[in-house]
Design a protein around this ligand. Structure first.
Ligand SMILES: *Cc1c(COP(=O)(O)O)cnc(C)c1O
Length: 376
């Protein structure tokens, strides 16, 4: 927490707006919209709820196809299933680790030939790194398919000067406990389409018709953010830029310390983009004596919480029947990143000494054949 959260929470209590609406919710929406430069925003109970709303607004329903990045957290795609639609997973490309325009082009071509164009494409900006949005938007515009940016991990990142989440039809952010700023749980849907956000507000509050009696013509959800949590969000947003600076500094320290190691390759930062470096991610190559899972095990034994890269969704048992388009026929990028990738501890409050300890353990782990159990 930043310190100012209690002030906004107190305002909610003082005004007695302990509800999924109130002054903090209104202000938090305006402040996020202003920060990212979107016309409007709606605060919701989670990033997942925001994706669900975006898909609903685009009319996704049973039998429709929705394309989605494969290298991501499961929440990116689950709302496709909530709506009875079919996900088609698109591989990553090596420059950003995000959606491959080549794979997307083949997938859209096939879908056009089958006269089954997707109702939406969900593009994820992994660990804060922007996908190749120009290429992706050009393709999607050609086929008139709307883009939803899953910017759950990339709040504050920019692509050619524009905020992540504001390039597509809809952008979503998450304020889950693990994200760069948090409300413990929460999310935001942003768009430049004011009517769409108005419709999202309607759907997120049980789709209640304009009538004094309780009348409903459409299926809605109960997805609004609490006025207390929006207070937490307002204080968190005030320190977002500091958080980004801290995370980028954490990354720069790893980069410097590992610059002479031939065993590791960092997640790149695309030219003309700025990543919030939510997590420092890297891959281990063939020069290493240890595999990424062996390294993770060594780190775990030393009480260091490093993590593997997300398991691609097309490899998940839940999605084993879904269609999937690799980057190239013989180049499955997300699978390669999953097998060799590691996310290092990257907290905004990571202490310098703790990071040096992590760096030391990581370097030792790289050069061990077997994880040593009795390390102190
Ligand atoms: C965290 C996350 C989500 C889901 O956000 P919640 O607020 O936890 O529902 C969606 N997509 C990605 C890529 C995420 O990292």
């Amino acid at each position: 927490m930043s310190g100012n959260e209690q002030k906004y929470i107190q305002e909610a209590f003082d005004s007695n707006w302990i509800a999924p609406l109130g002054a903090n919710v209104d202000a938090f929406e305006k402040e996020i919209a202003t920060y990212v430069g979107a016309s409007d925003a709606i605060a919701v109970s989670s990033g997942t709820a925001a994706i669900h709303l975006a898909l609903s607004l685009l009319g996704v329903s049973r039998g429709d196809q929705v394309f989605c990045s494969t290298l991501t957290f499961v929440a990116s795609a689950n709302p496709i299933l909530y709506l009875g639609a079919e996900p088609v997973f698109i591989d990553s490309e090596p420059d950003t680790w995000n959606m491959s325009p080549q794979a997307l082009e083949r997938a859209l071509g096939d879908a056009a030939r089958e006269q089954r164009l997707p109702k939406a494409v969900i593009v994820v900006h992994l660990y804060g790194q922007s996908a190749k949005m120009d290429e992706i938007l050009t393709l999607c515009n050609r086929y008139e398919v709307p883009v939803i940016e899953d910017s759950a991990e990339s709040l504050g990142s920019t692509y050619k000067g524009k905020a992540s989440g504001t390039l597509g039809k809809f952008g979503i952010y998450s304020f889950n406990g693990n994200k760069i700023i948090t409300t413990s749980g929460g999310g935001m849907l942003v768009s430049n389409d004011l009517q769409a956000i108005q419709q999202a507000r309607f759907l997120a509050t049980q789709a209640r018709d304009q009538a004094h009696h309780y009348q409903h013509s459409q299926l809605g959800y109960n997805y609004r953010m609490s006025n207390i949590l929006a207070g937490v969000g307002r204080a968190q947003l005030e320190v977002l830029n500091e958080r980004i600076a801290s995370r980028r500094k954490v990354f720069d320290t790893y980069l410097l310390e590992f610059s002479t190691l031939q065993e590791v390759e960092f997640m790149p930062e695309l030219l003309n983009t700025m990543s919030n470096r939510w997590l420092t991610a890297l891959t281990i190559n063939d020069h290493s004596l240890s595999t990424s899972s062996e390294i993770l095990e060594v780190m775990r034994q030393r009480n260091i919480e490093a993590r593997p890269v997300w398991k691609p969704l097309h490899l998940q048992p839940l999605y084993n029947r879904a269609k999937y388009y690799p980057h190239k026929e013989k180049d499955h990028v997300a699978e390669r990143l999953f097998r060799s990738g590691i996310c290092l501890p990257s907290g905004s409050n990571l202490l310098e000494n703790d990071q040096l300890y992590i760096i030391d353990c990581f370097k030792k782990a790289l050069r061990m054949k077997e994880p040593v159990r009795e390390m102190v």
